[in-house]
Design a protein around this ligand. Structure first.
Ligand code: SAM
Length: 309
């Protein structure tokens, strides 16, 4: 019997969700299993995706993992696992691997723009801009922005955090190296009526705010390690890849941070268990900061929210 089976497929890059596709896989036998879904997805996303999932003999790559409905981890060898309507499968490449441009294409399959929600506020996320994820929401839940404060957000992406800070009454400067992100964030700020409270600036880390100091600096930096020879070049790669040790952005950030805080200034930023928390703490203590850490477990890593003062 042929039925319509609708399954949501989420693609991860380097263990971090980069995009989810509203992909609906239809017209499958009622006995459909994960193997059938993967075949369909390979047809849809093409050679690059297929290379990661299957070897050249069409056999499943044993290092790819699948999470079914956020609970059961399934290795590709167990592709006989049956699926039912409404299931959500998350596909993880091997550590250090990725699906190339597949993630971007996944975004564009739903029209190039997705909508992220935080506490009933909607934020458009256009192609090539980081879609808010667990790390964004960890920061958002703990954003202690106060009226009248001067706040800097580095790497604003779609602008969600800068907009929340502006809504709390702060004067915000939001930067990004990705021009598409700034354009997207500007549009979101206008939609949330805070365009006049946020100054958007293009550039690398503190470069656009040379000589300026802030009450609070916020950053959800790229922090995931990549293989030395992995060539990543899309604007979206810029959102998460951070060199072989995962520290290519965080180290220069930590070096410069004290020069951009007022005397009682503080910083709030995210880091992953994959990129050496101890080293970050050594550097922060070396600068004389006190640090509070909140932790959040994800399937293959732990996120840390560092509050420095
Ligand atoms: C993980 S995303 C976070 C986006 C957004 N703040 C959020 O939390 O959803 C990291 C952002 O930092 C930007 N970025 C990466 N390296 C940067 C750098 N050296 N200077 C400024 N922005 C950078 C990326 O383009 C991306 O928008």
């Amino acid at each position: 019997m042929v039925v319509d089976l609708k399954v949501e497929v989420r693609l991860f890059a380097n263990l971090r969700e980069l995009a989810k596709t509203k992909a609906v896989v239809e017209d499958l036998e009622s006995e459909a299993n994960i193997g059938d879904i993967l075949q369909k997805i390979c047809e849809r996303f093409g050679a690059k995706f297929r290379e990661q999932i299957l070897d050249r003999h069409g056999q499943p790559n044993e290092n790819v993992k699948i999470l079914l409905n956020g609970r059961n981890i399934i290795f590709l060898q167990n592709t006989a696992t049956k699926l039912k309507d409404g299931d959500v499968i998350a596909i993880f490449p091997p550590v250090g691997g990725g699906f190339g441009n597949v993630s971007n294409r996944a975004l564009s399959t739903s029209g190039g723009t997705t909508v992220a929600y935080y506490k009933e506020k909607a934020f458009n996320v256009v192609e090539n801009v980081y879609e808010p994820a667990e790390d964004t929401f960890l920061l958002a839940d703990n954003l202690d922005a106060n009226p009248g404060e001067r706040i800097l957000e580095l790497g604003t992406g779609c602008g969600l955090l800068a907009i929340l800070a502006a809504k709390a009454g702060a004067r915000v400067i939001a930067t990004d190296m990705n021009p598409a992100a700034l354009e997207c964030a500007r549009a979101n700020a206008a939609a949330h009526d805070v365009a006049d409270s946020i100054d958007f600036r293009l550039g690398d880390l503190f470069e656009p705010v040379a000589g300026e100091r802030f009450d609070l600096v916020i950053f959800n930096p790229p922090y995931l390690p990549i293989k030395q020879n992995e060539a990543l070049s899309t604007p979206l790669d810029l959102a998460w890849e951070a060199g072989p040790e995962g520290r290519a952005v965080i180290d220069p950030f930590l070096r410069e941070l004290p020069n951009h805080l007022v005397d009682s200034g503080r910083a709030l930023f995210v880091q992953s268990s994959l990129s050496n928390l101890e080293r970050t703490l050594l550097k922060l203590h070396g600068h004389g900061f006190s640090v509070n850490i909140m932790r959040k477990k994800l399937p293959f890593e732990e996120l840390f929210l560092l509050h420095c003062f």
